[in-house]
Design a protein around this ligand. Structure first.
Ligand SMILES: C[S@@+](CC[C@H](N)C(=O)[O-])C[C@H]1O[C@@H](n2cnc3c(N)ncnc32)[C@H](O)[C@@H]1O
Length: 248
C-alpha cells in the first residue's frame, strides 16, 4: 500500500509522517483544545455538532473513535447518543491522557467508555466489532490512508457507519484564497502564541493543502469498499463531513 509524507502528499516512508505527528501532538496535548478554540474562532464546535447530526448511531451501538485526541468527538457522541460503549483511541498517549482526565472530571458520565493507544492504520480490534466509527482530523495525518480506511472497514460490522470530519477545499475561489491566507498566517500565529512554537502549525497548513478535496476523499472511501459515500461541507467547505457505510 502507498505511504506518503502527509505534509506534501508525495511518496515517503510512513515513519516520516508518523514521527512528526507524534512529536507535534505529544508536545501540544495540554494546549491543543485552547489552540483549537482560538484558531477556529469557535467554529470547530459547530462542526462537531454537525458530525453528530450526520452520524448514524443508536443507543445499543458500540462506537469507535479513531484519532480521538483529547476526546472531543468521543464525549460528544457519548453525551448525545448514550450508546452502549464508546472506545476512544489515539496514536499519542499524551493526547489520550487529556481525554482520560476529562472523563475523570465527569465527561460522558453514565456511558461506558474505554481509552486505548492505537494506530488507526493497525487497529487492535477484531473484525466486525463496531456498529459505528468516527474520526475527526485523523485521516489527513495518516501516511497510509488506504490502510487506515481498510482498518475502519474491517472493524465495522456489515451495515455499520463511518463518519469522518476533516479540513477540506472550499469550492468558491475567493473563499478558498481567504482561507489559505488565514491558514498560512493566522494559524501559525495562534500556534506560536499558545504553544510557543509555530512549526507544528505550519505543518497543519501544509497537510491541508496536500489533502485530497472532498471528491478525492470520497473516491478513497469507495476504493476501500464503502458504499453510500456522501459529504456535507461545513463553513463553505473549510471542513467537510464524509459519511459512508460498510455494505451488508
Ligand atoms: C488534530 S487532532 C484531532 C483530535 C480529535 N479527533 C479532535 O477532533 O479534536 C489529530 C489526532 O490524530 C492523531 N493521530 C495522528 N496519526 C494517527 C494515527 N496513525 N493513528 C491514530 N491517531 C493518529 C494525533 O495523535 C492527534 O491526536
Amino acid at each position: 500500500m502507498t505511504s506518503i509524507d502527509t505534509a506534501t502528499g508525495r511518496q515517503a516512508p510512513a515513519n516520516v509522517s508518523t514521527d512528526r505527528v507524534r512529536a507535534i501532538f505529544s508536545s501540544i496535548a495540554d494546549r491543543y483544545e485552547l489552540f483549537n478554540a482560538c484558531s477556529s474562532l469557535g467554529t470547530y464546535r459547530g462542526w462537531l455538532d454537525k458530525l453528530c447530526e450526520a452520524a448514524d448511531i443508536e443507543e445499543t451501538d458500540v462506537v469507535l473513535d479513531v484519532a480521538g485526541g483529547t476526546g472531543d468527538v468521543a464525549f460528544a457522541v457519548a453525551e448525545k447518543f448514550r450508546p452502549a460503549l464508546v472506545v476512544c483511541t489515539d496514536l499519542v498517549p499524551e493526547m489520550l491522557a487529556v481525554a482520560q482526565a476529562h472523563r475523570e472530571e465527569g465527561r460522558g458520565a453514565g456511558v461506558p467508555m474505554e481509552f486505548a493507544v492505537a494506530d488507526g492504520q493497525a487497529l487492535p480490534f477484531d473484525d466486525a466489532s463496531f456498529d459505528a466509527v468516527t474520526m475527526a482530523y485523523g485521516l489527513r495525518n495518516m501516511p497510509e490512508r488506504e490502510r487506515a480506511l481498510a482498518e475502519v472497514f474491517r472493524v465495522l460490522k456489515p451495515d455499520g457507519s463511518f463518519t469522518c470530519l476533516d479540513f477540506a477545499t472550499p469550492p468558491n475561489a475567493l473563499w478558498r484564497a481567504g482561507y489559505d491566507l488565514y491558514l498560512k498566517t493566522m494559524v501559525p500565529f495562534w500556534g506560536k502564541l499558545i504553544t510557543g512554537d509555530a512549526s507544528g502549525f505550519r505543518y497543519l497548513a501544509r497537510s491541508i493543502e496536500a489533502y485530497p478535496d472532498q471528491a478525492g476523499v470520497a473516491r478513497m472511501m469507495e476504493a476501500a469498499g464503502f458504499e453510500d459515500v456522501a459529504w456535507f461541507d461545513c463553513s463553505g467547505g473549510i471542513a467537510a463531513i464524509h459519511v459512508a457505510t460498510r455494505p451488508r
